[in-house]
Write a protein that binds this ligand. Structure first.
Ligand code: IPE
Ligand code: IPE
Ligand code: MG
Length: 250
């Protein structure tokens, strides 16, 4: 018997992977550390995850970093998370740009502190010409809030009722122009959507791992992609459908 583990090959590459980065608090609690230490640890693997996505040929990576519901957490945790976002942008933007990564944001930036908002906007502008990998940061994002925002904007633009169809709605979402996620990964074992991409994820494949987000790495990502390769995506039909034949694809 060979002592070497044979790696299962990747057979199918999802175009868009979306991740619910969960479990930072539990990661910290297991070490007797404050929750914010878990959130900080949950940024240290980001660079490796971005690089792995580029290496595997993923085109879009969406990261759920702060939900509209997360405002209800204790004030010091919310403040800490805002500070962590600012630090990540300061620390990672130049590197992201060097690696050919484009940054986008989904959610509402208005509620953020103006300095933080400007930091995010600057990073988006700096990386706008890149096309190797698009990282969509879901920060102050909620799927229901996104729908509310879309309906408000449709009404404001005078869209006629007869003009409303699935593709028009998609174009009014924060994710306009971004293909629907093929694979949604949730760390820390929770099996729920938590208000994430509730429209776009209609036909996404789900992968839940017990690994806590700060421990998630290239190998974990590889496992998720290999698992995705075994799925038969049928989109309601009776035989597997290739993604580019998916009737709902935008
Ligand atoms: C995910 O980790 C990060 C955010 C929601 C901001 P959690 O903070 O939810 O970690 P757990 O679920 O308490 O372990
Ligand atoms: C979802 O995780 C939000 C993010 C990862 C940013 P939560 O920890 O907030 O979700 P629930 O409370 O377990 O549903
Ligand atoms: Mg959580």
């Amino acid at each position: 018997m060979s002592p070497h583990k044979v790696e299962e090959p990747i057979t199918k590459i999802p175009t868009h992977i979306a991740v619910i980065m969960d479990g930072n608090g539990r990661w910290a609690a297991r070490r007797g550390l404050p929750r914010l230490a878990g959130h900080r640890a949950g940024t240290e693997n980001l660079r490796r995850v971005f690089r792995a996505c580029v290496e595997f040929g993923i085109q879009y990576l969406t990261l759920y970093a702060f939900s509209t519901e997360n405002w209800g957490r204790p004030e010091d945790e919310v403040k800490g998370l805002m500070g962590i976002l600012a630090d990540v942008i300061d620390r990672e933007t130049a590197e992201l740009n060097k690696e050919g990564v484009r940054l986008r944001h989904i959610g509402r930036l208005e509620r953020l502190d103006p300095l933080l908002r400007q930091k995010v906007l600057n990073a988006i502008q700096l990386t706008a010409h890149n096309d190797r990998l698009t990282v969509c940061l879901a920060f102050n994002y909620g799927g229901r809030d996104e729908m509310v925002c879309a309906v408000q904007r449709m009404i404001e633009s005078g869209v006629a009722a007869s003009a409303v169809n699935e593709s028009l709605i998609s174009n009014y979402l924060f994710t306009a122009g971004i293909p629907d996620p093929d694979l949604i990964i949730r760390t820390s074992g929770e099996m729920r959507m938590s208000n994430f991409l509730i429209w776009q994820g209609a036909y996404a494949e789900w992968y839940v791992t017990n690994t806590l987000w700060p421990d998630f790495d290239k190998e974990e990502l590889r496992k998720a992609i290999v698992d995705y390769g075994r799925r038969e995506r049928r989109f309601g039909l009776v035989v597997p459908v290739k993604k580019d034949q998916h009737p709902g694809d935008q």
